[in-house]
Write a protein of this length. Structure first.
Length: 137
């Protein structure tokens, strides 16, 4: 969900970008969860073509920004590629007001409402992050 949100937010902020979605579990080729597809369609974003992929050191080495939803994801990435630490951004820290969130819960395996909550939290944080990125240009 976050990748398509970031693509739209960065495009809206006139920031050229290539956005890649990758997970820490190393799952490859799986479609987005049906609930994720559903809640994203509600806001005009499409996930039906999405396929999962695990994050690699090569991906991390090319990234200007690495967004994480949870401290556990951050710790995993710092361990996997120590040289990328300064490029990791805790997406929840872009929530308004600042400090409101301590993470964004992964809704996998939960009901539609959990996916909608995750979507709304991510959307607000990613839009704020994209504005921050645009201001740096």
């Amino acid at each position: 969900m976050a990748a398509v949100m970031a693509e739209r937010a960065l495009k809206g902020a006139n920031v050229p970008a290539v956005v890649i979605s990758a997970g820490t579990l190393g799952i490859h080729g799986q479609p987005a969860a049906a609930h994720a597809v559903s809640v994203m369609r509600e806001i005009g974003l499409e996930l039906s073509g999405h396929r999962s992929q695990g994050v690699s050191v090569q991906m991390l080495s090319f990234a200007d920004y690495i967004l994480v939803m949870e401290p556990l994801h951050e710790a995993y990435l710092r361990q996997k590629a120590q040289t990328v630490s300064e490029r990791i951004h805790r997406v929840w820290e872009y929530a308004e007001p600042r400090g409101r969130l301590t993470h964004i819960a992964d809704p996998m395996g939960q009901d539609l409402e959990a996916f909608a909550i995750c979507r709304d939290e991510l959307l607000a944080c990613i839009d704020s992050w994209a504005r921050w990125v645009a201001a740096l240009r």
